[in-house]
Design a protein. Sequence first.
Length: 225
Amino acid sequence: MLNKPEIQISPSIIATDLTTLGSDVASFDPAIIDLLHMDVMDGHFVPNLTFGPGYIKKLMTHTEIPLDIHLMIENPDVAIAQYLELKPRYLTIHYESTRFPIRLLSLIRSTSILAGISINPATPIASIKDILPYLDLVLIMSVDPGFYGQKFLDIALSKIKELKNIIHALNLERQIVIQVDGGITEENIAEVVKSGAEIIVAGNSAFSGGNVNENVLKLKKAAIS
């Protein structure tokens, strides 16, 4: 069972220069940066292609910040073993990417990794209601996945609230955290958190200007304003 902290920020590394991240990440303060969000894209489930387990493994040698791996890939059943070996804090699969979510989530949990499911903006919250007991995290996409730089979709707010209500009704508040990813800024983060989000994935708002520690502190301050 997860001991929940206050609001957490998980900077999404696709928003920065991946060729220099190994050296850059050494300046990230673990007391400020809660997680590092790794968007693994395969060019099939989403149009873009990013990186795989080899890149992530090397990056891990440069930081002690826990990893938050988000698999935007088709057939995660085939590739998941490579990501389990990395021992991230969270490993999240897409509901839309597999016909066997419970089997995969149970596999993730069996390795003491926290299991997450992500849903696209067009996927109803009701689709995942029956699998909530098998989860530690639900990632609500507030943009279409795989396209960096999109604006926040307001429909995500009602989905966060709906999910929060279902989690409460099922008495799973101490087990499941709600994560939100896409277009979150200092201007809208407070509303996202007020709706029920507990982990915020931040792309440009975390990396803009290069001072990630300072940007994340600003986001955390704005989240509770």
